[in-house]
Design a protein around this ligand. Structure first.
Ligand code: AR6
Length: 175
């Protein structure tokens, strides 16, 4: 766990679709804002079909963009959907991934959200190397932290133990 300017950042191993104590969870979405594999599949399954219905008019979104919806059958208040870059295809990848984190936090602020859980966007089907993605995520969040007023807790939910360890290690090194 690290605290920057009163904002707590922590990393846990778990399922992003089972974080009942945060106000918003972030979806590693597809452009169409439909269900899919990985995070998008888990979130849409848990939220129910109304999630895709609500999102449909907002689609398609572009890499780096974020949009917000209700959470339907999920135990949260909101889902913030981010389209990460496909590694090796959507360029510059690092900027587009940073845009996801920046835009998600900005939307969270606009909705007075106090706690938000992120998955490791782009690191599954989209192929972003885990260490590089974690570095971009934490550096971007640290840069944004001075702008945050409502968000006081940021959680990273990693699927595997090795992904958790990578994130914990990189979080420690952020100056
Ligand atoms: N909770 C937390 N992390 C998870 C979960 C979960 N339930 N499931 C997977 N991960 P991905 P992307 C990890 O592929 O790379 C989808 O099919 C996973 O191990 O979900 O942004 C969409 O429809 C990996 O580290 O997202 C899009 O087409 C990370 O979450 C596309 O994949 C992200 O994996 C988006 O690809």
């Amino acid at each position: 766990m690290r605290t920057f300017k009163n904002v707590k950042i922590n990393c846990i191993q778990g399922d992003i679709a089972n974080q009942p104590d945060v106000s918003a969870i972030v979806n590693a979405a597809n452009a169409e804002l439909k269900t899919g594999g990985g995070v998008a599949g888990a979130i849409h399954r848990a939220a129910g079909p109304q999630l895709a219905e609500e999102c449909q008019p907002m689609a398609p979104i572009k890499p780096g963009e974020a949009v917000i919806s209700a959470a339907h059958n999920l135990p949260n208040n909101y889902v913030i959907h981010c389209l990460g870059p496909v590694y090796g295809q959507d360029k510059p990848e690092e900027k587009l991934l940073a845009d996801c984190y920046r835009n998600a936090l900005q939307i969270a602020e606009e909705h007075d959200i106090d706690s938000i859980a992120f998955p490791a966007i782009s690191t599954g089907a989209f192929g972003f190397p885990m260490k590089e993605a974690a570095t971009v995520a934490f550096e971007t969040i640290k840069d944004e932290i001075g702008q945050l007023k409502s968000v006081i807790e940021i959680r990273f939910v990693l699927f595997s133990d090795s992904d958790l360890r990578i994130h914990q290690k990189i979080l420690k090194t952020i100056a």
